[in-house]
Write a protein that binds this ligand. Structure first.
Ligand SMILES: *[C@@H]1O[C@H](CO)[C@@H](O)[C@H](O)[C@H]1NC(C)=O
Ligand SMILES: *[C@@H]1O[C@H](CO)[C@@H](O)[C@H](O)[C@H]1NC(C)=O
Ligand SMILES: *[C@@H]1O[C@H](CO)[C@@H](O)[C@H](O)[C@H]1NC(C)=O
Ligand SMILES: *[C@@H]1O[C@H](CO)[C@@H](O)[C@H](O)[C@H]1NC(C)=O
Ligand SMILES: *[C@@H]1O[C@H](CO)[C@@H](O)[C@H](O)[C@H]1NC(C)=O
Length: 457
């Protein structure tokens, strides 16, 4: 148990949190966007200036090869990935946390510099995607093991870091039959909760065009292949952004898990179609129940489920859209197993500052976060364009008044099991901000009540 001063601290923290939430909720409207960071090029938080100079000198650091792609937020920390793509050298760091050093936002190697060493299979080789479980503070990082799409250095792996201790918690090395040593491109990852615990990880392989399932309890893994995970058509490979057409031949990419953990949603980058597959199939290695939901307004890289809406980048429109599935289910008078995509709503758009909305994350205060990185230009120019001072990478957050699919999933999935499909999760999932406030308030009151009691004893 805590001491008297701990409890005082807790009550105080509760107060601050409450007032922050109140500010967010009073001050923000659905769809309000805030620019959090913008970078023309990335600056790392080097161990020393000497280290930086030497890395520039020996080519292990080439500034214009470094671009952020993945983003997730945990408490007040922002984590990003820096893919080691197109070149076989020049990216000193592939997983980082944003830190402020003397007023400047820098990327700090996460969890350590040693974890970034290219060619060391105990370290990370190439990270595009990761997920953070807000219930536990565990971060699930996918590492392709391959650099620049040609250096096949290490087996693909899923590495779990504990953000509370900044240490490695677990590692799952994937057999080459599941994630090819020479061709995998593990891109995005979501978690599936069973019985109050993160039980499975689902990973998209954008090059070999299949899903990878990792059973986090047994360590076993398998792949799920289906034609819906490939490149949709020649037409779908063409992404037109501000009147310029780019050919982007990337298969299965974005993944979103429904907040009741019944369906995984997915799409190929070279595609307009959005599909669903029941988790009951994924968990048992089947393709049963794969269903086309509908065609999106544009191609998407990342997609992500909140507690209500499914959000997705609309690459050709420099925008983020969302699917209001509740409205479509009501209008069509069907459930999630039959609903089709009809209500696509624009969340935010900006033709200059929101080009290529890449990936999404959620905080617990009602904001969705995303990276816009103009990947289409970076790909063509083979690096960050050296044409002046415009920021090529931006981190945005948009107020959506909801939390991510994992929010309180430990509590919401208590009592579910692999045998007894689904049941029970629906009624649990009517979690609203009102209940959230109530819980916070209860915590706060609890802490206040405990203080006098402990002072007397
Ligand atoms: C946020 O969501 C709650 C519960 O759904 C709703 O009552 C409230 O009006 C919403 N607030 C804003 C600012 O959208
Ligand atoms: C690093 O390089 C810069 C620019 O060349 C130079 O001014 C600085 O003295 C160097 N620092 C060290 C510690 O070598
Ligand atoms: C490049 O320089 C850095 C910093 O001194 C060093 O850690 C790294 O091992 C060097 N790499 C090569 C390939 O020389
Ligand atoms: C794209 O082309 C249309 C029609 O020619 C033009 O009106 C529009 O301004 C162009 N947009 C950009 C961003 O260049
Ligand atoms: C897009 O962002 C720019 C730069 O912040 C701003 O000047 C412009 O008004 C924005 N456009 C729209 C349509 O919001």
């Amino acid at each position: 148990m805590g001491t008297v001063s701990d409890m005082g601290g807790l009550a105080f923290a509760g107060l601050i949190f409450l007032s922050l939430l109140a500010t967010d909720i009073q001050g923000q409207e659905f769809g309000d966007a805030q620019l959090v960071y913008e970078w023309t090029s990335l600056e790392f938080d080097w161990p020393s200036e000497k280290h930086r100079n030497e890395s520039l000198g020996n080519g292990t650091y080439v500034p214009n090869r470094n671009m952020v792609a993945g983003i997730k937020v945990y408490k007040d920390s922002v984590f990003v990935t820096i893919p080691r793509w197109f070149w076989t050298s020049g990216h000193p760091v592939t997983l980082a946390k944003v830190v402020t050093v003397r007023g400047e936002e820098k990327l700090s190697a996460y969890p350590t510099w040693a974890a970034q060493i290219q060619g060391d299979c105990n370290a990370l080789q190439y990270v595009q995607g990761m997920e953070i479980d807000p219930n536990t503070g565990l971060m699930y990082v996918i590492d392709t093991g391959r650099v620049g799409d040609k250096l096949n250095l290490c087996p693909a792996k899923l590495v779990v870091f504990d953000l509370n201790t900044n240490s490695q918690h677990k590692k799952y090395e994937l057999p080459t039959i599941v994630a090819s040593y020479t061709s995998n491109f593990m891109n995005d990852i979501v978690l599936d909760y069973v019985g109050g615990k993160a039980r499975f990880a689902y990973i998209s392989d954008a090059n070999d065009a299949h899903l990878i399932v990792v059973d986090l309890t047994t360590g076993k893994s398998w792949k799920i292949q289906h034609e819906s995970m490939g490149i949709e058509s020649k037409h779908a490979e063409m992404v037109t952004i501000n009147n310029i057409t780019y050919t982007i031949s990337v298969a299965l990419d974005g993944l979103a898990m429904s907040p009741d953990f019944k369906y995984l949603y997915y799409c190929s980058l070279a595609g307009f179609n959005l599909y669903q597959i029941p988790t009951s199939s994924l968990r048992t290695g089947k393709t049963d129940g794969i269903r086309l939901i509908g065609s999106k307004v544009s191609q998407s890289g990342g997609i992500g489920y909140g507690s209500k809406f499914l959000y997705y980048g609309a690459l050709g429109l420099n925008a983020v859209y969302y699917w209001d599935s509740d409205k479509d289910m009501a209008d069509q008078n069907v459930g999630m197993d039959k609903v089709t995509l009809a209500t696509e709503k624009l969340l935010v758009r900006n033709d200059s500052t929101m080009q290529w909305p890449d990936t999404f994350g959620f905080d617990t205060r009602g904001w969705i976060w995303f990276v816009s990185n103009r990947l289409q230009v970076f790909r063509e120019a083979k690096g960050l364009p050296q044409d002046g001072n415009d920021a090529y990478m931006r981190v945005w957050k948009v107020y959506v008044n909801e939390t991510g699919y994992l929010y309180q999933s430990a509590r919401r999935t208590e009592g579910t099991s692999l045998e007894q499909e689904g049941n029970g999760s629906e009624s649990c999932f009517s979690y609203t901000l009102k209940t959230f406030f109530f819980h916070l308030f209860a915590m706060f009151i609890g802490a206040v009540l405990v203080i006098p009691e402990m002072t007397h004893s």
